[in-house]
Design a protein around this ligand. Structure first.
Ligand SMILES: C[S@@+](CC[C@H](N)C(=O)[O-])C[C@H]1O[C@@H](n2cnc3c(N)ncnc32)[C@H](O)[C@@H]1O
Length: 288
């Protein structure tokens, strides 16, 4: 029996809950360009299989996969954040009147659904949405992983609560929050990470809490170097906001399946920018 190839990645594990996981030493990592999910939407992630050892020889038995998970290397996050750090001073170019009208309308709708005032703003960027939500009388906690974006957000709002944090760590936040307003950031996660983010949201939302998100429409996941032709801010923004960023694209049924269990309060097609979807969903209130 041949030994299995071993693969080590600097990244995060997605798969069975850690309580069900065997010791890491029980795993053999294999690099595969296959699909992990039932609906084949998790593309070319390194797969991580848990195999059993042959009792007599101690060799790994390749036909004995007990569990599958995957390791997501961190590169897409590191690269995307490096780009946001570079473009942070020019990011204000995207705040066109058309964009702000649309975004502020979405935030007013979000505020109208909330059961309370505590709101989390993940991937807050330069804090323009956090400031607007605060102006509606809400108590805002914001976070972003780009130190340069946060620097701008804090300078514009010195009393605001801005945290340096990764979207992939959402479950480490102590809730509850009455609302989570995730605009223009979750498409920078790989699909399993997005799934994990949504389950993290469920854990920290209060009963009846509202989750808002917008996502880009399309297929697959990839790095992109240049903003598309409909990027807000016109030619100047397209020129100055270049840099490698990672994007995941979705079809509506995919998003609906991730949001299963939430009550859909409202949804609409995203009009400005490159197109996509907006959802306002509610964590159901479960009877005692
Ligand atoms: C397109 S900007 C949107 C900013 C803001 N939400 C807005 O709509 O103006 C995306 C933001 O997500 C942040 N971001 C991307 N990946 C992240 C991650 N893994 N953790 C935290 N923030 C992230 C970026 O630093 C950037 O500020």
């Amino acid at each position: 029996m041949r030994d299995l190839p071993s693969y080590t990645a600097r990244g995060r594990y997605y798969g069975p809950a850690s309580s069900q996981r065997h010791q890491l030493s029980d795993y053999r990592h294999i690099l595969a360009s296959g699909f992990l999910s039932r609906d084949s939407t998790w593309t070319s992630s390194p797969l991580l299989g848990h195999f059993e050892r042959e009792t007599e020889t101690g060799a790994w038995n390749p036909s004995s996969v007990v569990q599958w998970g995957c390791v997501m290397p961190d590169e897409h996050v590191e690269q995307t954040i490096a780009t946001y750090d570079l473009i942070a001073p020019d990011y204000k170019l995207t705040a066109t009147p058309e964009m702000r009208t649309w975004e502020e309308g979405s935030m007013r709708r979000f505020a109208g659904f909330l059961p309370g005032k505590r709101v989390l703003v993940p991937g807050c960027g330069d804090g323009r949405d956090s400031r607007f939500l605060a102006s509606l009388g809400l108590e805002i906690t914001s976070f972003d992983l780009s130190p340069q974006m946060l620097k701008i957000a804090r300078a514009a709002d010195p009393t605001g609560n801005y945290i340096l944090m990764d979207l992939r760590d959402i479950e480490t936040l102590a809730g509850p929050f009455d609302g989570i307003h995730a605009s223009g950031c979750l498409y920078h996660l790989r699909k399993p990470e997005f799934l994990q983010f949504v389950s993290g949201c469920r854990a920290i939302l209060s009963p009846g809490g509202v989750f808002y998100l917008n996502m880009k429409e399309g297929q697959g996941e990839r790095f992109e170097d240049r903003p598309g032709p409909r990027y807000p801010g016109g030619a100047e923004a397209r020129e100055r906001l270049q840099g490698k960023r990672f994007y995941a694209y979705y079809q509506r049924p995919e998003l609906l399946s991730v949001l299963q269990g939430f009550e859909i309060l409202h949804e609409q097609k995203l009009i400005p920018g490159d197109g996509g979807f907006e959802f306002w969903v509610r964590e159901p209130i479960t009877p005692e």
